[in-house]
Design a protein around this ligand. Structure first.
Ligand code: FCB
Length: 418
């Protein structure tokens, strides 16, 4: 494998990058935007001395990157960057700001976004829910409410009614595993309340919500392709100790496969968001050379191969809907992209039906609880002027997209970055 130089992907492979509404649009009013400014949140940040370190503005999503008005320019850049696909999310609080009252202008806005993507040669992968919820739903208990799946289905139905004819790929939910854990087990995200019962309840409500939305979309548009974006980690027990294996089996069962298994009859593809490599049996060993992102996430491209191989059990096509790193200096990103893609290629050669790779992210953005400081973008944002600039890795990735893979000539050309 190490001697291989050419890694050419299947024909019609989708190449692109992803965003999410609250992280890039700016000007959203939802449970997140209100929580960002709440006393409870600020107290927590002060306690951890994070305000001193990053400043208060870092933690307020505010104007984001201004993508709400600049989407067309951003998609033009994506086109220049060789992409043929893009993933973005709809903001529920814009579309249904009051319970049961839908804002036609906002739906039309997203129609424009989809048209702009298509004009720029980008196949849209549209996420219906990427975490924030409207305030009226928050006040009803959010995803804890027994009616939440019904509310979500009603919202999805309206969305499909307007946008259904123009979108083929729908992602109902983003990372139910991460949302539930951060919000209800760790208490780090709104509603910032640790409660294992809520954790399980919300988790199961999200399963119901997905299935209800799936049925609605399929009924109206049988050719639509529908899935979720699942956050799968590589639980690595490569040293084969018994305890490592037991931990790995439990973690795989619950974190990686439970949700996907419960919806397996109601998904046409698997959206894979992959970031993490977790050592299950050798975390005490410090001997290996390790590389970390600016956020301290271990960068381990080979993990991609393992999570993809593990997803074969579902027998569905896979689109990688997120994968990336915070790297302000763009020092590790070029290497990370190339090495990860080699692992995707290796999985394809081993029979995994991978049909697309969407890097996280198209733009620098508001990284949830961490705020603006982590830099995930292929495109760098100057937050004072909202000016956009392609990072060197965006050029490298463009050439990969245009060549439909990693070639020897390309590696040679970019060797200074790699
Ligand atoms: C994922 C989220 C995405 C982004 C990346 C870094 O878990 O889906 O919105 O924050 O992490």
């Amino acid at each position: 494998m190490n001697n291989r130089k050419e890694f050419i992907f299947p024909r019609r492979f989708f190449w692109g990058a992803s965003t999410a509404a609250h992280q890039v649009e700016g000007g959203t009013t939802n449970d997140w935007s209100e929580w960002e400014k709440s006393e409870k949140r600020l107290k927590h940040l002060k306690k951890l001395k994070l305000i001193e370190q990053y400043g208060e503005d870092n933690f307020i999503s505010g104007m984001g990157t201004g993508h709400y008005t600049r989407f067309d320019g951003d998609f033009k850049m994506a086109k220049e960057m060789g992409h043929n696909a893009t993933r973005f999310s709809l903001e529920w609080s814009r579309i249904e700001p009051e319970e049961g009252k839908f804002n036609e202008k906002e739906l039309e806005h997203y129609h424009d976004v989809i048209r702009s993507a298509r004009r720029n040669g980008l196949e849209p992968f549209v996420t219906i829910w990427h975490w924030p919820i409207p305030l009226w739903l928050r006040d009803k208990g959010g995803w804890n409410s027994k009616d939440a799946p019904k509310y979500f289905a009603r919202y999805a139905e309206r969305v499909i009614g307007v946008l259904g004819g123009d979108v083929k790929f729908w992602i109902t939910l983003n990372e139910p595993q991460v949302y539930t854990a951060e919000s209800f087990l760790l208490g780090e995200w709104p509603p910032q309340k640790i409660n294992p019962f809520s954790y399980l309840k919300v988790f199961h409500n999200l399963i119901k919500a997905h299935i209800a939305a799936y049925k609605i979309i399929k009924k109206k548009h049988p050719a639509a392709q529908i899935g979720i974006a699942s956050h799968n980690m590589h639980f690595d027990a490569s040293r084969r100790s018994l305890t490592g294996h037991i931990f790995k089996a439990a973690a795989d069962w619950w974190w990686n496969f439970y949700f996907l298994g419960r919806i397996s009859d109601y998904q046409d593809f698997i959206g894979l968001n992959h970031y993490f490599h977790k050592k299950m049996d050798h975390w005490w060993s410090k001997k290996e050379k390790e590389i970390f992102s600016d956020m301290g996430w271990r960068l381990h491209p080979e993990s991609m191969y393992h999570v993809l191989m593990d997803l074969r059990r579902f027998g569905k096509p896979i689109y990688i809907t997120e994968n990336g790193l915070a790297d302000a200096g763009d020092i590790k990103r070029p290497w990370f992209i190339v090495e990860t893609l080699k692992q995707v290629h290796r999985a394809i050669e081993n029979g995994v039906d991978v049909r697309g790779y969407l890097h996280w992210s198209l733009l620098d953005n508001f990284e949830w609880g961490e705020g603006f400081w982590p830099r995930f973008g292929l495109i760098e944002i100057d937050y004072r002027t909202l000016e956009r600039k392609m990072r060197p890795s965006a050029h490298l990735y463009r050439d990969i997209c245009l060549r439909n893979g990693v070639t020897e000539e390309l590696v040679e050309r970019y060797k200074n970055l790699l």
